[in-house]
Design a protein around this ligand. Structure first.
Ligand code: NAD
Ligand code: UD1
Length: 347
């Protein structure tokens, strides 16, 4: 039996594929490579010494999804595929509703048709309303403030409705806090297109000299050092949470929601300090204005995921920084393969 991983070539999907293969699962990856590279699949095969099928195509193409279901004995789906840039979603809401909502609807329709009703879905802490007591539990109030977040909330609600309509469905919604870091081998990691929006990839690109300095978005927040606090979680810990979620959908039907975070938080300045200490690299930075939409503090209550998923993050901020830096230094251009022979012949 095979686990279908949509978006398996992406940042979190690729780390989860490694954990799945290392835990003896057979997998098939479906991805349109709109925000990833085929090179990642080669690396996963090399790292695990396992083979698997890759289907390059789009969730917007229902016949393509059907073909994947026809060719594999799929048991459950881990659904990562989606667009994830908040700013882009504000500028191009149509893209987000079409890709994330329509793509998921097609997937669910085909799953229902093939009577495969076990799904683990990538949601986000961004679904929680701002200005509420910390830590955020799964029962905290939800309210999305941008189209990206709204697609996550809508998909959560869609899954709840599917379960309501047919109790054979088994849906686990995972609300990720701030995934950072990379596999400790340095073979796979986060490879953003263009200038990164998120803190850790921006910071590593400053440290390696690709960007001049990090701008800290505001130091006048009501936090001890004035900079925002987030619950950073190592991407490998996060990937392991998916194995536990998969166990859950395999053994019981229902609709469940879990936070995946560490349960604690660090400020932007603390992350910079931890990075400098872990790597010995100085990170030039300056203090800038606040970024629109940022909340001062956000961290998870992880007691339900500990109790019900039997999962807990174990990796420290130091390991997150070390592994992010290891990935960055081993792959200064991400997955882009630089053909030195062509470069030299052009010079
Ligand atoms: P990513 O962009 O690296 O991976 C997503 C993958 O999905 C990419 O490989 C992309 O090519 C593929 N994809 C997108 N649309 C597709 C479509 N229509 N058909 C087929 N493939 C498609 O993102 P990620 O960081 O690995 O995030 C994975 C999931 O987790 C996303 O749904 C994201 O919204 C969610 N999430 C991410 C974070 C984060 O900080 N990275 C936080 C919370 C939630
Ligand atoms: C952001 C998204 C969130 C999404 C998550 C993962 C926003 C408002 N939120 O979360 O919806 O789920 O990414 O993709 O976009 N920072 C700097 N300088 C930088 C970059 C970031 O100071 O150059 C600060 C931010 O103000 C924030 C912290 O670092 O306080 C973390 O930022 P980031 O990595 O972008 O994550 P979030 O904003 O928490």
């Amino acid at each position: 039996m095979t686990i279908l991983v949509t978006g398996g070539a992406g940042y979190i999907g690729s780390h989860t594929c490694v954990e799945l293969l290392n835990n003896g699962y057979e997998i098939a990856v479906l991805d349109n490579l709109s925000n990833s590279s085929e090179e990642v699949l080669t690396r996963i095969r090399e790292m695990t010494n396992k083979s698997f099928m890759f289907y390059k195509g789009d969730l917007l193409d229902k016949d393509f999804i059907k073909m994947v279901f026809q060719k594999n004995r799929i048991e459950a789906v881990i659904h990562f595929a989606g667009l994830k840039a908040v700013g882009e979603s504000v500028q191009h809401p149509h893209l987000y509703y079409q890709n994330n909502i329509m793509g998921t609807l097609h997937l669910l329709e085909v799953m229902d048709q093939y009577e495969i009703r076990k799904i683990v879905f990538s949601s986000s802490a961004t679904v929680y309303a701002s200005s509420q007591p910390m830590p955020l539990s799964e029962n905290s109030i939800t309210k999305a403030i941008n189209p990206y977040g709204r697609t996550k909330l809508m998909i959560e609600e869609m899954l709840a409705d599917y379960y309501q309509a047919n109790p054979k469905w088994s849906c686990v919604v995972l609300r990720y806090f701030n995934p950072i870091g990379a596999h400790q081998s340095g073979e796979i990691g986060e490879d953003p297109n263009g200038i990164p929006n998120n803190l850790m990839p921006y910071l590593t690109q400053v440290a390696i000299g690709k960007l001049n300095e990090l701008k800290v978005f505001g130091n006048d927040y009501p936090t001890p050092d004035g900079t925002c606090i987030r619950d950073y979680i190592h991407v490998v810990d996060l990937a392991k949470g998916h194995i536990k979620a998969l166990n859950k959908v395999q053994i019981e039907s229902g609709y469940y929601t879990y936070n995946l975070g560490t349960g604690g938080g660090y400020s932007v300045l603390e992350v910079i300090q931890a990075f400098e200490k872990a790597t010995g690299k100085k990170v030039p930075y300056s203090i800038g204005g606040r970024r629109q939409g940022d909340v001062p503090i956000c961290y998870a209550d992880t007691s339900t995921s500990k109790m019900e998923l039997l999962w807990q993050a174990t990796k420290s901020l130091e390991e997150m920084c070390k592994d992010a830096w290891n990935w960055q230094t081993q792959n200064p251009n991400g997955y882009k393969i630089i053909d030195h022979a062509t470069l030299n012949s052009n010079n």
